[in-house]
Design a protein around this ligand. Structure first.
Ligand code: ZN
Length: 282
């Protein structure tokens, strides 16, 4: 299933995209798409329902984040060897883990706002993993059974805040609008191999990132297992799994986002995002 939330910010309704690409209203079956809807039984109940019997939604409403109620937004750094190289950093011996503030989560096509006085805001197309059932010290062989599904994420990053302001990376990762999720939450039955997904990102129509989850250093199963050693993963938690090469930081000289720029990005089977970059406003 391709689950969505549609409507104005803060008033999104649950929906799904049917096999013909039609948006349909799921309100009669689910109050929202969040932690309580992501377990195997809840998803199976939705899947058994005849999607063509659900009301079609007219027009092209805004899409919000395809899930709400995210309690942890966890990120993996330097998970592609060639991205580590362009960042001038060694390939990590263990996954680099940091947190993005959940307040940065927004819809896939909502505007991205430069933080106040930012000069180094950058892009990162990434595979997002949405946890469906609680995972704690889970074995790698069992880890994917705890995944509800996958989504496209732009792990937007302010490099000065991340790298030059001291301490952890988190300062440059959680600014408002830095976490576009979606358009869809694609349930894991439709993603048989998360390690074989092509991904891309354009800025102003120019291809910047081309990659595949094939070249991850640590697989999705390894990441879920690894993170579950350090914190309990709960339904609705999101893990963004690192970016392939081609970020602005890695260009010579580096290239960063300006107000008026547009980003477009996508991952095979998970849909595409498009964001306009806007100047800071209160
Ligand atoms: Zn990232």
């Amino acid at each position: 299933m391709k689950l969505v939330r549609y409507g104005p910010p803060g008033q999104e309704k649950p929906g799904l995209i049917d096999a013909e690409g039609q948006l349909r209203d799921l309100s009669s079956l689910a109050c929202d798409i969040g932690p309580d809807q992501l377990g195997d039984a809840a998803l199976e109940a939705l899947r058994r329902h005849d999607a063509s019997a659900l009301p079609a939604v007219e027009g092209s409403p805004r899409l919000g984040s395809p899930l709400t109620g995210v309690r942890k937004f966890i990120a993996i750094g330097l998970n592609y060897a060639d991205h580590a190289a362009e960042s001038g950093l060694p390939i990590p011996a263990e996954p680099v883990v940091f947190m993005k503030a959940t307040s940065c989560i927004q819809g896939p096509d909502d505007a991205v706002m430069l933080p106040r006085a930012s000069v180094k805001t950058d892009w990162e197309v990434e595979l997002g993993v949405v946890i469906g059932t609680r995972a704690r010290y889970v074995d790698e062989s069992e880890a994917l059974n705890h995944v509800a599904g996958y989504c496209t994420i732009n792990d937007i990053s302010e490099r000065e805040y991340q790298i030059e302001r001291g301490g952890t990376w988190d300062k440059g990762k959680g600014c408002d609008t830095f976490g576009p999720l979606g358009p869809w939450l694609v349930t894991r039955d439709e993603v048989p191999d998360p390690q074989n997904l092509g991904m891309w990102l354009d800025v102003n129509g120019r291809r910047m990132q081309t990659g595949s989850t094939r070249t991850m250093i640590f697989s999705v199963a390894k990441i879920v297992s690894y993170v579950s050693e350090f914190m309990t993963l709960e339904p609705g938690d999101v893990i963004t799994t690192g970016t392939p090469p081609g970020v602005g930081l890695g260009m010579k000289p580096p290239v960063y986002l300006q107000a008026g720029d547009t980003m477009a990005l996508g991952i095979d089977g998970l849909g595409e995002q498009r964001q306009v970059v806007v100047a800071f406003r209160r």
